[in-house]
Design a binder for this molecule. Structure first.
Ligand SMILES: *[C@@H]1O[C@H](CO)[C@@H](O)[C@H](O)[C@H]1NC(C)=O
Ligand SMILES: [Cu+2]
Length: 277
C-alpha cells in the first residue's frame, strides 16, 4: 500500500511542475523552422523556449524555404487522438486543461479533419488567447513539453511572420492556431475544421500521427502537451458521430500516467496533501 502510494506520488511529481517563467532569449541568426531567412534591417527577435514571442505582421510575399505546403490527397482512413494528461506540464495558469485533439482523414481523403474538445481552459484575460501547434517531436515519458522542440514545419516556413490566413500554404504546417484561429474562449473550447496540408499517411512528410500537440499561453509559455496516438486498428472512425464531446477512451492516451481526467488528479492531489500534513 505504502509503496503504491509513493509510486503514485512520484508519478504525479514527474508530471506536475511549476516551471518558473524563463527569460526571453534574443535570436539574431537563422534557425531552421523558426527563422530560416533573416529579414532585412533585422536587429534580432525575442524567443521563449525556442519560439518567437511576438511575431512580425503578415508578409504577403513570404514563401517557405522549401516552397508552399501542398494539399494532401489520398489520405488513408485513420484517426489519431492526442489526449491531454490529467496533470498540467506547467501549473502556472492554475487550471488543468483536459480533452482531446483528434485528426482523421478528411472528406474524400483530402486533408485532415481536426476535431478539438477542451475544458478547464485558464483565464482568457490573464493568459489568452492561447496558441496551439503540432510540435515536431513526441512528448517523452516524463511529460516534458519542452522536449517536443519547435513547431512541425516540413516546408521550413519558420515562425517569424504571422501566418497569412489568405495563403495558409505559406504558414507552418503545424501552426494550427495560425491557420484556423487561436483558442479565444474561457473554460471550454470546441472546433472542427479540415486542414488541407496534413497527412494521415505515415510515409508523407506532412504526417502528423507521430507528433504532439502543445497548448501555450499568449507569450508561448507551454502549459500542456500530448502525443497523437492512432485509434485502435479496425475500430470504426466514421468521423461525424465521434465529435460529441464525450469522455475520451482511455486506451488512446498519450503517456503512461495520463489516463482518467479530473478525479485521478484530485485523488493524487489529496494524497499529496495528506503526506504534507
Ligand atoms: C509569460 O507569461 C507568463 C504568464 O502570464 C508570465 O509569468 C511570464 O513572466 C511571461 N514571460 C515573458 C518572458 O514575458
Ligand atoms: Cu506550440
Amino acid at each position: 500500500m505504502r509503496s503504491f502510494t509513493v509510486a503514485l506520488i512520484a508519478a504525479a511529481i514527474a508530471n506536475a511542475q511549476y516551471v518558473p517563467p524563463p527569460s526571453p532569449v534574443l535570436l539574431t541568426t537563422t534557425k531552421s523552422a523558426v527563422l530560416p531567412v533573416l529579414p532585412t534591417n533585422f536587429n534580432g527577435v525575442d524567443t521563449l523556449q525556442g519560439a518567437i514571442i511576438s511575431k512580425a505582421p503578415v508578409n504577403v510575399s513570404y514563401t517557405p524555404v522549401n516552397g508552399p505546403a501542398t494539399v494532401q490527397s489520398n489520405n488513408p482512413s485513420a484517426t489519431y487522438v492526442a489526449t491531454l494528461p490529467s496533470v498540467a506540464f506547467n501549473e502556472l495558469v492554475g487550471t488543468v486543461i483536459s480533452g482531446t485533439v483528434m485528426g482523421s482523414a478528411g472528406p474524400g481523403g483530402v486533408g485532415v479533419q481536426i476535431t478539438i474538445n477542451l475544458s478547464g481552459l485558464p483565464s482568457q484575460s490573464m493568459y489568452g488567447p492561447f496558441p496551439y501547434h503540432i510540435h515536431n517531436m513526441m512528448v517523452p515519458a516524463d511529460g516534458n513539453c519542452t522536449s517536443t522542440l519547435g513547431h512541425f514545419d516540413p516546408t521550413n516556413a519558420g515562425e517569424y511572420y504571422t501566418c497569412n490566413t489568405n495563403a495558409t500554404q505559406n504558414c507552418q504546417v503545424g501552426d494550427l492556431a495560425g491557420k484556423h484561429g487561436k483558442i479565444m474562449t474561457d473554460s471550454t473550447f470546441t472546433a472542427s475544421y479540415v486542414d488541407m496540408y496534413l497527412s494521415t499517411d505515415p510515409n508523407s512528410p506532412d504526417f502528423f500521427g507521430a507528433k504532439s500537440i502543445v497548448i501555450h499561453t499568449k507569450n508561448t509559455t507551454r502549459i500542456t502537451c500530448a502525443n497523437f496516438m492512432q485509434m485502435g486498428m479496425g475500430a470504426s472512425s466514421s468521423g461525424s458521430s465521434t465529435a460529441t464531446g464525450s469522455a475520451p477512451v482511455s486506451t488512446y492516451t498519450g503517456a503512461a500516467v495520463k489516463t482518467a481526467v479530473g478525479s485521478a488528479f484530485a485523488g493524487v492531489a489529496g494524497l499529496l496533501g495528506m503526506l504534507m500534513l
